[in-house]
Write a protein that binds this ligand. Structure first.
Ligand SMILES: C[S@@+](CC[C@H](N)C(=O)[O-])C[C@H]1O[C@@H](n2cnc3c(N)ncnc32)[C@H](O)[C@@H]1O
Length: 196
């Protein structure tokens, strides 16, 4: 079996490629968007490509290495003018981001290849989620990859699930999407769409 049938066909192994499909559907040239956990910068790069030179991306991380690497990748791709890298917690999002964003993406947990002790925490994650819902435009999406497999990740996943499930379906469409032929500790995607 050919593992990569065509570069145009995304392979849906885990939630990250699924989150990118969603971003491609919901983020357009001229839009504003947020990467709340930029890490190595992959999601920021995609958002910068999608919003184009007339749009704006805000990328947050609390690790200077992550911010440095993301800024470098943006510069190499020619996207530095449309994205701002912010060395600060995403729980400060409301102070820095202009309302009316099309998408906010989170990748919870630790930075792959980085310090595994530096993880996202439920208190700051939920504080940032609340701000993200206010910043989203009607129809905009909050996309979250949840990693229950590391220490503390199962608790954070349970907190995220309960928070997502508690929203009024007239105001928000909330989803949990996960591959079913993988262990229960595998990452999954939580999606919240703001109705109005
Ligand atoms: C799973 S990694 C992100 C991976 C990234 N999206 C990528 O494509 O490489 C999680 C990141 O969240 C960051 N982080 C942890 N707490 C944070 C906070 N309160 N605000 C912003 N970033 C945070 C970590 O430093 C880490 O880089």
């Amino acid at each position: 079996m050919n593992p990569n049938p065509s570069p145009e066909i995304p392979l849906l192994r885990g939630p990250v490629p699924l989150s990118h499909l969603l971003l491609r559907q919901f983020v357009h040239p001229g839009d504003r968007a947020v990467d709340a956990t930029c890490g190595n910068g992959s999601d920021t790069l995609l958002l910068a490509e999608l919003v184009g030179p007339t749009g704006r991306v805000w990328a947050f991380d609390i690790q200077s290495d992550a911010i440095g690497q993301t800024a470098q990748r943006l510069a190499q791709a020619g996207y530095a003018g449309q994205a701002e890298c912010i060395l600060a917690g995403h729980e400060t999002m409301a102070e820095r981001v202009t309302p009316g964003v099309s998408a906010v993406i989170f990748n919870l947990g630790y930075l792959p290849g980085g310090d595994r002790a530096i993880i996202t925490h439920p208190e700051t994650t939920l504080a940032a989620f609340e701000q993200a819902l206010i910043l989203l435009k009607p129809g905009g999406i909050l996309v979250v990859t949840v990693y229950p497999g590391h220490e503390g990740g199962d608790h954070e996943g349970a907190v995220v699930d309960a928070w997502a499930a508690a929203h009024d379906p007239r105001a928000f469409h909330t989803w949990r999407m996960g591959q079913v032929n993988v262990p229960p500790s595998a990452p999954y995607l939580t999606l919240i769409q703001k109705v109005a």
